[in-house]
Design a protein around this ligand. Structure first.
Ligand code: F6P
Length: 342
């Protein structure tokens, strides 16, 4: 059978590890693997693809980004778009699609599967907000990068007696903020799951400075954290999945902290640095396990399901379950971070 593999949505460290594993395991199952370029865009007109072989995917395990390219194309947003995808898959003689993506890419996969397309999903996102899996690949790398940045911000904050607000990614969920904040010893962490109460933030900082006799603090804020009921936006224009471009909450918080406490405050936005570059060893292994498992699922004809991590096992879960709702940070886990506030 010929299968297609594609990567959609924001890029993510570990994508190439998954692609390589799907190809290597796929070939062992006698599958012919076609790489689709630029996510779902590559299955619309004109289709963009090439053959993926062991040779073509050799030497990519450690590389960031995706050799296939990616896009936020939503076939369901274009008139006749999903029918075009199905027609192209038939025309290319593709029997199944391995879709590597987050809520949007796998949401499209879920819908296509109800229209008769054989799909297997692989959970990707640095945000770690997909349900059905304990972890997505790429998250560990993003947390590592953010933690290293927080360590660096600590030394400059301390030297200058400043508060520094570090804005990390996390559109709907504060997984990166919570993990990197705990690992980096943040004094306050702000996440989308909990509306920001600026008076509390200032109280934590003032108490810390008073009781510990220090004049520096680190605040970690997820880009999607809400102040006064709404997120900070860079642009109002929606992408094809209905998302606005977030950004700027760190600066807003920094200005308020300085105004209310009198402490000199700066903000830093980590942005796409969290997504770029080499995956950690953990993400290379997780991506490889997901890819091998996805190829096995294809060989078994396990359609409309996603490879997932449960405990230390890779299992398969219904795609519909994985995309039904986002996985947010549970209050009991966030409570561990809160122990260290102030
Ligand atoms: O991949 C998810 C994510 O990292 C979100 O946290 C963030 O809002 C979004 O991607 C930004 O992606 P882009 O700049 O590619 O639109």
């Amino acid at each position: 059978m010929k299968i297609a593999v594609l990567t959609g949505g924001g890029d993510c460290p570990g994508l190439n590890a998954v692609i390589r594993a799907v190809v290597r395991r796929g070939e062992q199952h006698g599958l012919e693997v076609m790489g689709v370029h630029e996510g779902w865009r590559g299955l619309m007109d004109p289709p963009l693809h090439d053959r993926l072989t062991r040779e073509a995917t050799s030497g990519i395990l450690h590389l960031g980004g995706t050799i296939l390219g990616t896009s936020r194309t939503n076939p369901f947003k274009k008139p006749g778009g999903s029918e075009m995808v199905i027609k192209n898959l038939k025309g290319l003689n593709v029997g199944a699609v391995v879709a590597i993506g987050g809520e949007d890419t796998l949401g499209v996969a879920t819908k296509l599967s109800t229209m008769g397309v054989n799909v297997v999903g692989v959970p990707k996102t640095i945000d770690n907000d997909l349900s059905g899996t304990d972890l997505t690949f790429g998250f560990d790398t993003a947390v590592q990068i953010a933690t290293e940045a927080i360590d660096r911000l600590h030394s400059t904050a301390e030297s200058h007696n400043r508060v520094i607000v570090c804005e990390v990614m996390g559109r709907h969920a504060g997984w990166i903020a919570t993990h990197s904040g705990i690992a980096g010893g943040a004094d306050v962490i702000l996440i989308p799951e909990k509306p920001i109460e600026i008076e509390n933030v200032c109280e934590h900082i003032q108490r810390r400075h008073r009781s510990r006799g220090v004049n520096f603090s680190i605040v970690v804020v997820a880009e999607g954290a809400k102040l006064g009921g709404s997120e900070a936006r860079i642009a109002e224009k929606l992408d094809e999945f209905g998302h606005i471009r977030l950004g700027g909450i760190g600066q807003q918080i920094a200005e308020l902290i300085e105004k209310k406490t009198g402490f000199e405050t700066r903000s830093t936005v980590l942005g796409h640095i969290q997504r770029g570059g080499s995956p950690t060893a953990f993400d290379r292994v997780l991506g490889t396990r997901f890819g091998v498992h996805a190829a096995d699922m294809v060989a078994r004809g396990e359609w409309a399901r996603m490879a997932a991590l449960r405990g230390n096992e890779i299992v398969s879960v219904p795609l519909a379950e994985a995309t039904a709702k986002l996985k947010t940070v549970p209050p009991e886990f966030f409570a561990v971070a809160e122990v260290f506030f102030g």
